[in-house]
Design a protein around this ligand. Sequence first.
Ligand SMILES: [Ca+2]
Length: 120
Amino acid sequence: MIFNVTEYENIPPIAQAGADSVLTYDSSDTGNGIVYLSGSGSSDPNGDTLSYLWSIDGTNPLGISINNSTSEECSIEGTGLDGSQHTRDITVRLRVTDTLGEYNEDTLTITLNDIGGIGS
Ligand SMILES: [Ca+2]
């Protein structure tokens, strides 16, 4: 039996979550802050269209949420953060998936910085 198979070699995309960042907030004021992230450095060797999924490793810390988690650009928003979260690190993960389901991931670290808390 002869199989004539034309194979298209799909290569997984390359995820680029971007540089580590700092989310600055003031616990003596609103405790709100926001950081904007971009996965625009991601690419696919085949030129495939990419889909994006941003998440936070583990359980979302209290008061931290992701906006536009399925877009190329997202934001990490802190609401009502208090002094206990000062210097806390959050690992944000970006998964990029091509049209054939191959994917790749990259992470970055966001450090929470309370400019109104004890010690500032
Ligand atoms: Ca590909």
